[in-house]
Design a protein around this ligand. Structure first.
Ligand code: FAD
Length: 412
């Protein structure tokens, strides 16, 4: 009783757009993607963490090739600077397996598997609307195209969302995240840190925030990058930059890096990190870096037939959940399941909305609790040990689950 032969139009051809295209094609639809950017999305080069079981499901399901590189690690190590010293102190270890990958390689892998779909790049969509017969229309400079179903996968400033949920606006968290990658050569003189990162991903607490570090594959075969996300309140200089922000990146919506921003990450590291970690951050040429004000939102319902929203267009959670790309990929798996299990497009969309709208709201709530616990009310990190890390993690989860928070291992 699968609904097949649908014409699906997808607005946006990034992670969500390509994954939704693969889902539609696998369920027997004729899919066309309209991507605004005419550049190479694979050059963004940031780190993405996904749960290993989801990675396996995507490979088994034909979304990702088995050759897409990841650098899986099973353990999360919590560190802080030892009081009165410049050395690191290990606070706790959690069993929290992740499969870190490179944003660009993930996009490329999805794009390769969306090969049967039509992918228009350099194709900005001006608006979406309804036809008299209940279909959907995508409007662009090239004219109007009709579809049975339109997927809004056009990111956090989605034009598709403007039709479905025009009042939804991002809620700022009041702090920032510096996100980037450093060539692994910055670890050359720090074999202990490199050894740690080869078996674990690291959370480094400091007053008023924390940083997360993990290795990801580089674009060149066999190469590695150190990916990081550092959460902290804005410095005075960044306020000045915010007062007249530079033009946002057309593809990601993120602000380009101004020198003050890279310098400020180094300043945080110099001020608060254990010496070796400060040195690593100082050495990195920061092959890729962006500054995001942390914010979130969620639409009440991700569907209004014949439209549905996916990925960041439907909801953005604070990055502490490491779930934006994960959610987009799960959205796609859900679309494929829904199309296969439904007799009509409308039925499939309602199945999708029942599952995915609730998930978006859950993740936004989780991200807020994690942000409050680990940034807004950042603990006295050096005073923590395994029991405190466990207790704070459980309190922030508040009965919810996250693949990033496994059980704390007792230190022997
Ligand atoms: C610090 C940080 C760390 C993160 N870490 C993780 C992590 O570990 N794990 C994880 O799962 N996620 C993570 N994320 C989130 C993840 O990067 C995003 O959620 C994900 O990439 C969003 O994909 P998307 O396709 O929905 O949106 P986008 O990547 O924003 O793509 C939207 C696309 O739509 C196109 N577009 C927009 N408007 C139009 C238009 N009018 N016409 C045509 N095309 C249009 C754009 O050009 C773009 O290509 C992190 C995010 C941050 C900020």
């Amino acid at each position: 009783m699968a609904v097949t032969g649908l014409r699906i139009g997808v607005v946006g051809g990034s992670i969500a757009g390509c994954a939704m295209a693969v889902a539609g094609a696998r369920a027997g639809a004729d899919v066309t993607v309209h991507e605004r950017s005419d550049g190479d999305l694979q050059d963004r080069g940031f780190g993405i963490v996904i749960p290993p079981p989801l990675h396996r499901e995507l490979v088994d399901g034909g979304y990702l090739g088995a050759d897409m590189p990841t650098i899986p690690v099973a353990t999360r190590v919590w560190l802080a600077r030892a009081p009165g010293r410049r050395s690191a102190r290990e606070l706790a270890r959690q069993q929290a397996p992740v499969a870190p990958c490179n944003w660009g390689l993930l996009w490329r892998a999805l794009r390769a598997n969306a090969g049967g779909c039509t992918y228009h790049r350099g194709h900005p969509v001006a608006s979406v609307g309804r036809t008299a017969s209940g279909g959907a229309v995508i409007r662009s400079a090239e004219g109007e195209r009709e579809y049975d179903l339109v997927v809004g996968a056009d990111g956090h400033r989605s034009v598709t969302r403007e039709l479905l949920a025009p009042g939804v606006r991002p809620v700022p968290a009041g702090y920032l995240v510096w996100r980037g990658t450093i060539p692994s050569s910055a670890l050359r003189d720090h074999p202990k840190q490199l050894e740690l990162l080869e078996s674990a991903w690291v959370t480094l607490g400091f007053p008023g925030g924390h940083g997360v570090f993990y290795l990801i594959p580089g674009a060149a075969t066999g190469s590695r990058l150190l990916a990081y996300a550092i959460y902290a309140s804005p410095p005075a200089e960044a306020h000045a930059v915010h007062a007249s922000p530079p033009a946002a990146d057309a593809a990601t919506g993120t602000a380009p890096v101004a020198p003050v921003r890279a310098a400020y990450v180094r300043h945080i590291a110099e001020e608060h990190f254990p010496a070796e970690w400060a040195d690593i951050v100082a050495r990195g040429e920061h092959s890729s870096q962006a500054l995001h004000p942390v914010a979130d939102f969620v639409v009440p319902r991700a569907v209004e037939p014949p439209f549905l929203l996916a990925g960041d267009a439907a909801s953005v959670t604070r990055p502490h959940t490491a779930s934006g790309a994960v959610k987009a990929l799960q959205d796609a798996l859900c679309l494929e399941r829904s199309l296969r299990a439904s007799a009509s497009a409308a039925e499939a969309l309602h199945r999708y909305a029942d599952e995915r709208s609730a998930e978006g709201a859950r993740l936004v709530g989780l991200g807020r609790r994690l942000g409050r616990a680990f940034v807004e009310n950042a603990p006295d990190w050096p005073a923590m040990g395994p029991a405190e890390v466990e207790a704070l993690s459980r309190a922030a989860l508040d009965g919810d689950a996250s693949y990033l928070y496994g059980s704390v291992q007792r230190q022997g």
